[in-house]
Unconditional design. Structure first.
Length: 167
């Protein structure tokens, strides 16, 4: 079982930005903060705001397939991406308040141009599993019904439906 560190990474340390393809037909990319572990492996410092398949702390390598990377080691964090057309500030603040009691924290994409708020939720999850996580999202959507959300690293990025079952 992956070990989870509920502490947010130290953002004051130097890091590299690596552009990874979003996949699919979009042709888009997202620059993600990484630490180079060696010439072929990277550790993701913050969860992405748009990219699917990874969360903070995951170790990955670049791949020659349509996703552009392969996760080698899961850090034990869920990545929950929350999207809105409104200013992400108030939604990010509420998300931080709702997820903090569950051990989650705001990360990554909340500062990106994507307008996404990103919550990192360490595994193991609360006793009711995904129930508490989904209840927190439902509370957020009660106040911001136009917002949309997605578990970025729970489902296979190729089909968006098949659970990865890494937790």
């Amino acid at each position: 079982m992956p070990s989870a560190d509920p502490e947010k990474p130290d953002e004051s340390q130097e890091f590299e930005l690596l552009s990874l393809p979003l996949g699919g037909d979009s042709g888009g990319q997202e620059a993600v903060p990484v630490d180079a572990l060696d010439s072929a492996r990277y550790r993701l410092r913050a969860s992405p705001g748009l990219l699917l398949g990874m969360a903070a702390g995951d170790v990955f390598c670049l791949a020659a397939n349509e996703t552009g990377f392969e996760v080698l080691e899961r850090a034990g964090n869920l990545c929950i991406q929350i999207f809105t057309r409104e200013s992400p500030g108030p939604i990010a603040e509420l998300a931080a308040q709702l997820f903090a009691p569950l051990g989650g924290y705001l990360d990554g994409g909340h500062t990106s141009a994507s307008g996404a708020s990103v919550v990192v939720m360490p595994v193991p999850l609360p006793a009711d599993g995904f129930g508490s996580v989904e209840a927190a999202v439902e509370q957020l959507l009660e106040q911001y019904p136009a917002a949309e959300w997605y578990f970025a690293n729970v489902y296979d990025p190729h089909d968006g439906e098949t659970p990865l079952n890494w937790w």
